[in-house]
Ligand binder design. Structure first.
Ligand code: ATP
Ligand code: MG
Length: 256
């Protein structure tokens, strides 16, 4: 399946937050979105997921969803959003109960996604017994349970310390290598963007417009070993962002 964003513009009251955004997330592709704080990244993701109607333009999905998909588009947020009183398996179960999946099938799906995210030994644990990284893996397992065609990830690792973030990035890369999921991945962290993105959509400060799309034609599995090349790319993205951040900073000080 493909996610197509066509000429999306959006405003809240008198403030334009997004202007004429068009790009596509192809099947099996991770597209990262970076941009200064407040430029409309989360808004764009909500529009992509159909949670919000764009003022202009359209977010479309085309092609057939994966077999057995309960939800073509699924979110993963920064704050895990697990129910603290439910065990790991019951947290995953929740989305399946929502879809009316009967108990036996639920158990088989849960076992499958926990195995795929290396959480099988923690099925009976409560969220508070897990580290932040593990909790976010539960959130990823829960997202996988509905067999989404495209995952919409809003800063999924940014609440984690840098070591845990590295480990989870490795997990995501391993998962992607096996399953080739598609994702639209919003991040502040340019290192994450160059490690994970097939393309990086760099947005300007608010109103978010596409400043540049940086393509990274390097297999994900090779990236950990080619950090020098990635650093160069990361610097290039940062150069674009820095100009935008400066301008935004100046605007704020002009007002003050
Ligand atoms: N529901 C809303 N009503 C009014 N204004 C909103 C609403 N949601 C977001 N905004 C405003 O729209 C702009 C873009 O917000 P958004 O959360 O999409 O930015 P962002 O790029 O995700 O920011 P961050 O990097 O801080 O996560 C901000 O100025 C925000 O205050
Ligand atoms: Mg945001």
């Amino acid at each position: 399946m493909q996610l197509v964003l066509q000429n999306i513009s959006h405003r809240y009251g008198g403030t334009t937050v997004l202007e004429d955004i068009s790009f596509t997330v192809d099947d099996g592709e991770i597209v990262c979105i970076v941009g200064p704080s407040g430029c409309g990244k989360s808004t764009l993701l909500r529009i992509a997921g159909g949670l919000e109607q764009p003022g202009a333009g359209a977010a479309l999905i085309s092609g057939a969803p994966p077999e057995g998909s309960l939800n073509p588009l699924t979110y993963i947020f920064q704050d895990f959003a697990l129910l603290p009183w439910r065990t790991v398996e019951d947290n995953v179960s929740l989305v399946l109960e929502d879809h009316g999946i009967e108990r036996r099938e639920r158990r088989s799906i849960i076992a499958d996604v926990l195995a795929r995210t290396n959480l099988a030994d923690f099925a009976k644990a409560l969220p508070r017994q897990l580290s932040g990284g593990m909790r976010q893996r539960v959130a990823i397992a829960r997202a996988l349970a509905v067999k989404p065609a495209i995952m919409l990830m809003d800063e999924p690792l940014s609440a984690l310390d840098s070591q845990t973030r590295e480990l989870l990035m490795d997990d995501l890369i391993a998962l992607w290598s096996r399953e080739r999921f598609s994702a639209c991945y919003v991040t502040h962290n340019l290192n994450e963007a160059v490690r994970l993105g097939r393309r990086i959509v760099v947005l300007s400060r608010r109103p978010g417009r596409i400043r540049e799309v940086v393509e990274i034609d390097m297999p994900l599995t090779e990236r950990a070993a080619r950090l020098g090349e990635l650093e160069t790319l990361q610097r290039r993205v940062w150069e674009i962002m820095r100009e935008e951040a400066r301008e935004a900073d100046r605007e704020i000080s002009d007002v003050a």
